[in-house]
Design a protein. Structure first.
Length: 207
């Protein structure tokens, strides 16, 4: 993982839809030890590393598992990008896309959870979800159970709803692993990749 990615800071912008009366200062609370208002949180460096592991850092535009043109750290190409499959970008452009996409995902999570207090690792898992599937797919119409769990402050049920395993209507093994990792981050603050290889006594590598 590049230090440029690891050291990236994506400042959370103010969102007028949130009442500042609910804001809790991180000077008073440690979000790794106590749940705080999502407005006070930004994605952690550990989550950025996990995200880059999941998405990879690719400098040539390719099609993802759903067939969408993608580049950088899982950045979906937009018409404004002016890029097509096979085009190459610089590493600096990849980081700029990541910064912009993370800021959007953070805002999406803050709109999703509203006033529900959350830990840093819970916020990270939800950022990964929104980054991966898009804010539209976690809306009340598309993900009613997730939204109901948030409304009921039912953290166990929120974790259960973090499983998104299909792309273009088909189950993707990579998304199954990613969902497993996302749920572990949310429930246990465990960021390890479940696909980490193991070597047996005979020297054979297994996933």
């Amino acid at each position: 993982m590049s230090a440029a990615v690891m050291g990236l800071s994506t400042g959370a912008s103010d969102i007028s839809a949130f009442d500042p009366r609910y804001s809790i200062s991180l000077m008073d609370l440690d979000p790794t030890e106590q749940r705080v208002h999502a407005m006070d949180l930004r994605v952690s460096e550990t989550m950025k590393e996990a995200l880059a592991e999941e998405e990879g850092v690719r400098l040539v535009v390719y099609r993802d598992v759903a067939g969408y043109p993608t580049v950088g750290v899982g950045h979906l190409i937009t018409p404004q990008d002016g890029l097509s499959v096979g085009d190459r970008i610089t590493y600096e452009q990849a980081i700029a896309f990541l910064e912009s996409d993370l800021e959007k995902a953070e805002k999406g999570v803050k709109r999703l959870v509203g006033d529900l207090p959350i830990y840093q690792h819970e916020f990270d898992a939800l950022v990964d979800l929104v980054y991966n599937v898009g804010e539209g797919n976690v809306s009340e119409s598309q993900s009613p159970r997730l939204n109901r769990a948030i409304a009921n402050a039912d953290y166990d049920s929120i974790a259960e709803q973090l499983e998104y395993t299909t792309a273009a209507g088909k189950v993707a093994r990579g998304l199954q692993y990613r969902s497993e990792r996302r749920q572990s981050i949310f429930m246990e603050a465990s960021y390890e990749d479940p696909r980490a290889v193991e070597v047996d006594k005979a020297g054979r590598i297994s996933a």
